[in-house]
Design a protein around this ligand. Sequence first.
Ligand code: ATR
Length: 281
Amino acid sequence: MSNNGNGITYGVMGWPVKQSLSPEIHNHWITQQDIKERYGLLEIEPKHLKENTAQLVVSGLKGFNVTVPHKIAIMAELDDIDDIAKIVGAVNTVTVGEDGKLSGTNTDVYGFLHNLKLKAPNWCADKPALILGAGGAARAAVYGLLQAGVPKVYITNRTLSKAEGLSREFGSDVVMPILWESRESVVGDVALIVNTTTLGMAGCAELEFDLTAAQKQTVIYDIVYKPLMTNLLLDAEARGLNIVTGFGMLVHQAAAAFNIWFGRYPDLSDGFTDDLEGRFK
Ligand code: ATR
């Protein structure tokens, strides 16, 4: 475990976690807002999650983000979990109270939805949507879309049973599973298509997806941000469709966590996140 003996009072827990952009993002905002805290990497092996979390709290940790693979496992170490994190089934932001109690929430839903509304203001939330994938990110997306008033969410996943599980959980009248082999069958009926699978990510296989039947106003959202422009987005752009990259979701989930800890949102208009995004182009 990396420790917080060097003045780190906030951080991101993960394994591995060196690749995380969170320290760079949060420390920029901490300086911008003239806050006297420091955000660092908290590299924690899954088998040591319990004792390392307790140690960090004792040594002065005030809050932390949680990333792969701890987003579900951390829930067992918390004193309180809010409704949104319970529904999503994962925690990505934890606050340590003055009494040492740990409260968890999930800002991925906010990050997902806020980014979508900002980047695709003409998106029709009153039309059906299609989600590719049924993992943790898909859960946040389903919940966010239902909150935004989307009347029907189709979910297609390689492992159909996971899509069926989400349908049972969120309501079979609003969430409909689709066979992965038939994933393009509803393209012409939806106003939004979201890729939440790892396909298209650097180092992973490409996503095969035919957008020919998409309507002109359909929004294509890929939550993968490495690379920023996945093949899905390049294809969508070439067809003149509205696209949303995944980078903003990362920024806005972080901004929401920052607000929880420090009681204010950072100023996102200073060009910092645009520069950062430029690195992934
Ligand atoms: P996250 O928490 O980021 O959503 P995850 O829970 O590991 O990550 O989910 C990854 C998603 O990518 C899953 O929907 C997974 O499909 P399965 O549920 O069938 O595993 C999907 N995925 C990963 N590799 C895939 C592949 N080669 N083909 C199709 N889907 C894939």
